[in-house]
Structures are given as C-alpha cells and as structure tokens.
Design a protein around this ligand. Structure first.
Ligand code: 3IO
Length: 341
C-alpha cells in the first residue's frame, strides 16, 4: 500500500516535470521564437507592415520561425527602440529614425524636403541610400528593412491657408519636420506619434504635420477638420534585429529574411500610399474635412523657405565627415529613377 502510494506520487512528480519541460514548447511549435517590438498602436501602418512581415516569414520558413509581435510600445517605446534592440530586450524592433535626427544623419536625409513624391519611391530611395553608405550607426544591428512615410502635410483645428495663418501656430512634428514647420513660421512642438493624441486633445498643439493616413488611423480628422497640402518631407523608419539573435539563425532562415528586405520596403510604401487615399476619403465622408491647396505662387513661396534646411543639413553632415552633397545628389537621382521620369 505504502509502495503504491510512493509510486503514485513518483508518477505525479514525473508528469509534472514533463509538463513543465513541455511548457515553453507549448507556447509555439516552432524551433525559433523571436520577439518583435513596435511603438505605435496595432492598427497603424508600422504595425500593419510588422504583421505582414511576420506572416510572410512564418510562411516562407514553413513554420520553423514563430514571431511574437508587441505593438503599442508594450515591449519597447519610440525612443528606446534602437538601444533596446542592441541590448536584446527585443530581438527585432521598428523605429522612426526621425525621432533621433542626430543619430541617423544619413538615412534621415531622405526625410528632408527634396520633393520625393510618395512613400513607395521614398522607401526604395531610402533603402538604396542605406545600402550605398552603410552608416556606422547600424554596425551593431542587422537591418531587416527600411521604409518612408508619404510626404507630410498640415492637419489643423483651424484652417491654414496662408503663411499668416501658420505664424506662431503650435503644431506637432518630430525630427527634420520640425525644421520645416519652423521655416514657415509655425511654433513646432517635437514629440513622437504616440504622445500626439493627448497633446491635441489637451490643446497643447493645434494640429500636426506628417503623412495623412493618421487622419483615419488615429481619428485625428475628428479634431483636425483642415488639411493644407504641402507635400514636404517624410519620416524615415527602419526595422533592426539584435545582432546575436541574427547570428544564431540558420542560413536558410537568414536567406528568407534577406530576400525580403527590399520587397518589404516596397510593400510598406505601396500600402502607405494607398492608405493615405483611403484616409482622405474616410475623413471627408465622416468629418467633412476641407483640403486646402496652395496656389502655384504660394506653393513656390512656401518651398523656397525650405531651401536653407538642405544647406543646413549639408553643413552638419560635412562637419561629421560625411559626403553630404553626394548624398543629396544621390537622393535626387534615385527619386528620378524610381519615379520613372
Ligand atoms: C507615424 C508614426 C506612427 C504611426 C503612424 C504614423 N504615420 C506617420 C508617422 C510618422 C511619424 O513617425 C510621425 O511621428 O509623424
């Protein structure tokens, strides 16, 4: 009887141990598990591209790799993304490089007001600039992809029709876009996207300056009933992987990811461009927003005010020993190449 009881408990013990050992594998049947951190809410474009990449990688590796995604800054937030990935807090992270202009000087040049027409072209140009110059700030990570937003426009609570209207107006932006707003006489307030809904709600800012798909995805159309079309500058993004996480991956998995770098950049650009159009239609239909177009003369005047921003960037980049003029020339030539003109 005693022996039977002992056997019974031994059995329970063995089952418990086996269960505990089996636990981590029960979470995912895949051999390789990766965490992917992102800073904005799940429905927004950086997270849409993240889910697309996850799905494709899992499919193309035949389930060998499982990726767990963390939208909304739940694993790493906007400003900690790069350092968090380097430290290994997440295996993969998606960051907006415009939030750290001094850290990503070369790639942020694609965010300057250089007339890149859309996100698809902007993303392909950005990728080529990265590939050509391989900036040293990426030495400690593996770059998974890069992409750009659509050109930036003004969304505001009150109409901005003239330079007088924008004078002193507190508008939210970040990175190179802050300089653009300053050049037009606005009172730019720098902050990452996730802090913007609160700032708009509280009246800390009277509008914002970025790609227009946020009118729908953050419901900014509800508060900002006016859009002034400026099409100036963009926000460059990158997706990076911890270098140890990358080095541990089998060659065939690395190949799947390498083969997706440009494809993902283009996919995201195309998604963004289409989504901007959907967002404008949605905002017109639901909030009757007004789209303000500058006259040709005014547009030329507004654009002219932005020229010193390029020279300023060239001065700063040169001081860092970078071939600044060549980078700007490359961006212009690549823009022509990918615009098909
Ligand atoms: C952006 C960032 C997070 C979610 C949606 C977004 N649409 C455009 C951006 C660009 C950006 O980083 C910004 O802060 O305007």
């Amino acid at each position: 009887m005693r022996k039977a009881l002992a056997l019974f408990f031994a059995g329970v013990f063995v089952i418990a141990i086996l269960g505990a050992l089996g636990m981590p594998r029960a979470v995912s049947a895949a051999a390789i598990n990766l965490n992917y951190a992102n800073f904005p809410p799940a429905p927004t474009f950086p997270c849409v591209q993240m889910e697309r990449w996850k799905t494709e990688v899992e499919k193309r590796t035949n389930g060998k790799v499982a990726i767990k995604t963390f939208p909304g800054g739940t694993l790493l937030d906007a400003k900690n993304m790069m350092d968090g990935v380097i430290a290994g807090t997440a295996d993969i992270g998606n960051l907006c490089m415009a939030y750290q202009p001094g850290r990503f000087i070369v790639t942020n040049a694609t965010g300057l007001p250089l007339g890149i027409p859309n996100a698809k072209v902007g993303s392909l140009v950005l990728w080529d600039i990265y590939e050509k110059y391989k900036p040293e700030e990426f030495a400690k990570v593996k770059v998974i992809t890069m992409f750009n937003t659509a050109p930036s426009n003004i969304m505001s609570k009150k109409p901005v029709r003239t330079l007088d209207d924008i004078k002193g107006l507190p508008l939210r932006a970040s990175g190179p876009a802050v300089d653009i707003l300053k050049a037009w006489g606005a009172n730019p307030v720098g902050m990452p996207m996730p802090e913007t809904p609160d700032a708009l709600q509280k009246g800390v800012v009277q509008g914002l300056f970025t790609a227009l798909e946020v009118m729908k995805d953050f419901k900014y159309a509800e508060l900002c009933r006016y859009v002034t079309m400026t099409d100036a500058g963009m926000y460059p993004f990158s997706v990076v992987m911890n270098i140890n996480s990358w080095n541990k991956l089998p060659k065939d998995v690395q190949k799947v990811m390498d083969d997706m770098r440009v494809e993902q950049a283009e996919w995201t650009g195309v998604y963004m461009d289409n989504h901007v159009n959907e967002s404008i239609d949605w905002s017109k239909k639901n909030y009757n927003i007004e789209i303000i177009k500058l006259s040709k003369e005014d547009k030329a005047k507004w654009d002219k005010l932005l020229e010193p921003i390029i020279s300023q960037w060239i001065g700063e980049a040169k001081a860092k020993g970078l071939p600044a003029e060549k980078i700007i020339e490359d961006i212009k030539n690549l823009t022509k190449k990918y615009s098909g003109s």
